[in-house]
Design a protein around this ligand. Structure first.
Ligand SMILES: Cc1ncc(COP(=O)(O)O)c(C=O)c1O
Length: 318
């Protein structure tokens, strides 16, 4: 496990390990010979992957044209029947929690498929991987333990404050080899050296706030936090539907999208909400159309706050 700024960097670290390992399996040493003459590896990713995944691929030397994009369903989940044949030089990138509607790729089935063929699976679970800590929501990430690497944030669902990204990898030696050069002046400790698991040497002690949050909440507290955020999302969505908003997706986790009858109305309502001073939501585009994106992510939000916010939405609509 490495502690980094956020998921954007965590994804870069994990995909670097994946890239180097997949090349090594073909007998190619990237650190020695460079990317330019490397044999091909395949990248398979869902059409609704987060922009930071696309950025990470670009940083690591993979262009859009060589990425195999898997079509997604109306909620943003990869369609299994459209996943191309996988093999042992393929990197399959899955998503646990879409930034707009919170949907999850079919992780369990796709991990099985990938494992059968020897592909590397990475799961981007910036906010959604935390579903694993809740008995009620862990079905969403069923099978996630079969992946090779994972990225998530303690500064999102866990509320640990910026910046606190987490990268995890099953293959320790491959992971550290991908991220490290060596420096003769470095004195390695006898216990774990955190810098070996990130791209950075000088870093703040992110383990301290992460530890403090986990220690103070405990497993039960983390579960309660997740169940509360998701419960608020369900209550919020039900209230908005009752008030006449169209719910664009079911509430999978702690966020969802709504819209009005017309694009113009959606944008007007969003503007009113953003200026209300009561709650704040961002606008987004979903399958080309404007939506209001509602995400409940603060431990301090109460049921009363949600009810007040529903009233703001209603006032803006009417
Ligand atoms: C699914 C997903 N992946 C990656 C990221 C990037 O995370 P960060 O802002 O911590 O770099 C986000 C941010 O919202 C996200 O929702």
């Amino acid at each position: 496990m490495g502690l980094v700024t956020g998921s954007s960097n965590a994804i870069i670290c994990a995909l670097a390990a994946a890239r180097n390992t997949l090349l090594k399996r073909q007998g190619y040493d990237l650190a020695e010979n460079g990317l330019r003459n490397a044999p091909a590896i395949r990248i398979v990713v869902g059409a609704d992957a987060h922009s930071s995944v696309k950025a990470a691929l670009s940083v690591l030397g993979f262009g859009k044209a060589e990425t195999e994009i898997v079509p997604t369903d109306e909620f943003g989940r990869m369609k299994i029947e459209n996943v191309p044949e996988l093999d042992n030089h393929t990197l399959l990138i899955l998503q646990a929690g879409n930034v707009n509607g919170g949907s999850y790729d079919p992780i369990d089935k796709l991990c099985d498929l990938a494992k059968e063929r020897g592909a590397w699976v990475h799961i981007d679970g910036a906010f959604g991987l935390w579903a694993a800590a809740s008995k009620k929501y862990r079905y969403l990430v069923k099978g996630m333990e079969k992946a090779d690497s994972w990225s998530t944030d303690a500064h999102k669902t866990l509320n640990a404050g910026y910046d606190c990204g987490i990268v995890l990898c099953r293959h320790r030696d491959e992971f550290t080899a991908a991220l490290q050069a060596s420096g003769a002046y470095i004195q390695y400790g006898e216990s774990r050296d955190g810098m070996l698991y990130t791209t950075e040497m000088s870093r703040r002690a992110r383990a301290v706030p992460l530890w403090a949050v986990l220690k103070s909440l405990g497993a039960k507290g983390v579960e309660q936090l997740i169940d509360t955020l998701c419960g608020h999302a369900e209550h919020f969505a039900a209230g908005l539907q009752k008030a006449g908003f169209e719910l664009v997706n079911p509430v999978f986790f702690n966020q969802f999208m709504v819209r009005c009858e017309t694009e113009r109305k959606t944008e007007h309502v969003l503007h009113e909400i953003q200026n209300s001073g009561i709650c704040w939501c961002s606008g987004s585009k979903w399958k080309g159309e404007s939506v209001i994106r509602v995400s409940i992510c603060s431990h301090a939000t109460t049921r009363e706050d949600i009810d007040k916010s529903i009233r703001v939405f209603c006032q803006a609509l009417h």
